[in-house]
Design a protein. Structure first.
Length: 758
């Protein structure tokens, strides 16, 4: 409520005081009215007042959840100048720390005027208590079924798993996310699986889940996991080092045979269990699943000999299954064949066991060969040039060859275990010296050299003007040939390379490569390298300004350009790309073509020049005028000034008339909103200026001195009586530019009337 008097009340008071011989408008005592003080606004964040705020209601309640530890209370006095305290602190906004969950915090908000009239508003902040939910929402064991089905009120369950299951994943989920829990004493996350190791087969494991509610109450869930006992006494696989197990392995088949040659003295058997909890023996030796056992066979003789391998598997429940393999070792044989024969370098082609004579041709540069022979029966014996005793399958020998153009004979005799023998014969022909004087490859870098062919001897390569040397690489078709002249490579080196220095720009340089074959014949390859004249390209291939862009799209033959940038841009990045990388950039940019250009003040033009000089000395200059815009004035205030109610004077009734309809106590026919005042320096409310803006006051179109405080603008000098038009502007502190005027407010000044004109 505004503490003001009506015009009629003021006139009556004045008349009454005159009758008493006192002045109503002098410096003596004046009549005052002190109605109740009150708030115009009261809020709690977070939270909602119950009931909703009303200035005449002084008691409120706010219900809050238990996780809210503090709130912000904001209060505003209905009358400017009244003071507000929140829990004894003079402020209009204060953070209140709440008492613990389940309790109520009381806050007193007092609004007072200078005459010590006050009103107290009480806000009870009710914080909810801690939750007591200690139940699970769900409980699951991976790949298993709970018995009974999960119910939050059932706390004991059982689960059955196979004997080979060594662990389970259990996933409990809380009904209340604010609760906590442990699984077997370890903190667990709601909805996250915990891996639990199980006791051995045939035993049970208890999993304990304890849920603690927010208020500290516990609930315990128990899951008992029973692990079975296996009766599996099968093999998963049976591997033997020698092929030919008959029949092929099957877990249900227990009897097998294996035929091996007489040279095989032992075999390796590797049995693997289907159930790793079972045990087994191999020929009465305890053996792990997948463990290899070497079995020595009975000796070979004139007839087949047998060796039995017995494998006994015992299941976890004690039942057994016996597997047996009968290994049949052949009698000594008459195999005097070779199963393989090779010559390196060679090759030896068309080998067959019953073919005894072979021919191998080698190059003239080959001085020795390696002969490798493999017996079909490792118990046979090899002699002559390649030797290998019984039990060694393969023999090798290095054979020295005769001179170029001669033949060398290699003999290999094979004697079978029963004494029969045969001899293999290999004739190695060493070629006469070669006549190959060709190149197989020829290149020039930089180049390229195009269209190379062995029998083409003359080539031309064109290079740029800035190339001062080239790398020539030549590869001989016969590595035993010799290269000479500008590129050299002796016999045995396939490829030669040389760096050739070129003549001046516009000249030709000849490179010669002579190739001499092992037999003395030769040929010469000729390369003419033409070095170009300097380039005349003085163009740019690209030009950009950032921020930009160029007013015209860049074209290499257009030289002048402009760029318009905002007033706030103080520098730009200019990037220029040369069409010929050997050209040189100068002027405003370095040769790299990249530079940051500092601009002049707002409203000025900064010139940039870019001169491009071609390798041959010709040049052209590109120019860019970078125009920086002038700053813009700020926008006019959004609304006209408004005479504040406190300065919009009116005659008040004194004493007050309770039947007066005007809420401010103004005499009939006057009000606090008619923009008539007897104050010669009245205050005007204006829109809050933005950051960096200063408000200005205009009276009848003329700027006057003023002060600005708390959203109001006030002239520093008295205004004359009579009507005036009030407007305002704002000035930017950064640019000193002033906005247009706001809309106008019509105000009448009458300093002679007791309360101003009505």
């Amino acid at each position: 409520m505004k503490r003001t008097m009506t015009v009629a009340g003021q006139y009556l008071a004045a008349a009454f005081l005159v009758a008493l011989g006192l002045s109503a408008y002098g410096c003596g005592d004046s009549a005052t009215v002190n109605p109740e003080v009150e708030l115009s606004r009261l809020t709690v964040s977070p939270g909602t007042l119950q009931p909703g705020f009303s200035a005449g209601t002084t008691s409120y309640r706010v219900d809050l959840t238990n996780n809210i530890a503090s709130v912000i209370i904001t209060a505003q006095a209905a009358v400017s100048g009244d003071t507000v305290t929140i829990n004894g602190q003079s402020t209009t906004s204060r953070t209140i720390t709440l008492d613990p969950a389940g309790s109520t915090t009381v806050v007193n908000v007092v609004v007072s005027e200078s005459t010590n009239n006050s009103r107290t508003y009480t806000v009870r902040l009710v914080r909810a208590g801690l939750a007591g939910n200690n139940s699970l929402q769900s409980l699951a064991v991976a790949s298993a079924t709970l018995a009974p089905a999960f119910d939050a009120n059932v706390q004991s369950y059982t689960v059955s798993v196979a004997n080979n299951v060594g662990s389970v994943n259990i996933t409990p989920t809380l009904s209340d996310p604010a609760a906590t829990m442990t699984v077997n004493g370890q903190a667990a996350v709601s909805g996250q699986a915990s891996a639990i190791a199980l006791n051995g087969p045939g035993s049970s494991t208890t999993i304990t889940i304890i849920v603690t509610a927010q208020n500290g109450n516990d609930k315990t869930y128990l899951v008992t996991v029973s692990r079975g006992v296996s009766a599996n006494n099968n093999l998963q696989s049976l591997a033997i080092s020698q092929a030919g197990l008959s029949p092929s392995f099957s877990a249900g088949t227990v009897g097998y045979t294996l035929n091996v040659v007489s040279a095989v003295a032992s075999v390796t058997v590797t049995p693997t269990l289907q159930d790793t909890t079972a045990t087994m023996t191999v020929n009465n030796q305890s053996t792990n699943s997948g463990q290899a056992r070497t079995i020595t066979l009975n000796a070979a003789g004139s007839s087949v000999s047998s060796t039995f391998i017995n494998i006994v598997v015992t299941a976890q429940n004690g039942t057994t299954k016996a597997y047996s393999v009968n290994v049949m070792r052949a009698a000594l044989g008459g195999n005097n064949n070779l199963s393989a024969l090779s010559v390196t370098p060679g090759p030896l082609t068309g080998f067959a066991q019953n073919t005894l004579n072979y021919t191998v041709n080698v190059a003239s540069t080959v001085t020795q060969v390696n002969v490798s022979a493999t017996k079909a029966d490792a118990t046979a014996v090899m002699s002559e040039d390649v030797t290998a005793g019984a039990g060694t399958a393969t023999g090798q020998a290095t054979i020295q060859l005769g001179g170029q153009g001669t033949a060398t004979v290699v003999l290999i005799a094979v004697t079978a275990p029963n004494g029969s023998s045969k001899t293999y014969r290999v004739t190695v022909n060493r070629a006469a010296p070669a006549s190959n004087n060709n190149l197989s490859a020829l290149s020039v870098t930089p180049g390229p050299l195009a269209g190379f062919a062995q029998n083409t001897l003359n080539y031309t390569v064109n290079v740029a003007a800035d190339v001062t040397s080239v790398l020539v690489s030549a590869t001989k078709a016969d590595a035993t040939a010799v290269m000479s002249e500008d590129v050299t490579a002796g016999a045995g080196t396939a490829t030669g390379q040389a760096t050739i220095q070129l003549g001046g720009q516009g000249t030709a340089t000849v490179v010669l490569i002579a190739v001499t074959a092992p037999n003395g014949s030769s040929k010469t390859y000729r390369i003419t390298v033409n070095r170009a004249l300097p380039s005349s390209n003085n163009n740019l291939s690209a030009l950009t300004v950032t921020p930009g862009p160029l007013a015209l799209t860049f074209v290499q033959n257009i030289l002048p350009y402009t760029v318009n940038v905002a007033t706030g841009v103080t520098s730009v990045a200019v990037s220029a790309t040369k069409a010929d990388t050997n050209a040189v950039i100068s002027g405003s940019l370095p040769n790299s073509g990249q530079a940051n250009i500092t601009l002049g003040g707002a409203g000025t033009t900064t010139p940039v020049s870019i001169t491009v000089t071609a390798p041959n000395g010709s040049s052209k200059t590109y120019t860019i005028d970078i125009i920086r815009a002038l700053p813009a004035a700020p926008s006019a205030p959004a609304s006209a000034p408004d005479l504040i109610s406190a300065d919009d004077s009116c005659p008040l009734l004194d004493p007050p008339d309770p039947t007066n309809p005007d809420p401010d106590g103004c005499a009939p026919g006057t009000s606090r909103s008619d923009n008539n005042t007897n104050i010669t320096t009245p205050r005007f409310a204006i829109p809050q200026p933005g950051a960096g803006l200063t408000p200005n006051l205009y009276v009848d179109g003329n700027k006057v001195g003023s002060t600005f405080s708390a959203g109001t603008l006030q002239p520093t000098s008295s205004l004359s009586d009579g009507p005036h038009t009030i407007t305002s502007t704002v000035t930017s502190t950064a640019t000193s530019l002033e906005s247009d005027k706001s809309g106008g407010l019509s105000v009448t000044i009458d300093s002679t009337a007791p309360g101003g004109p009505g």
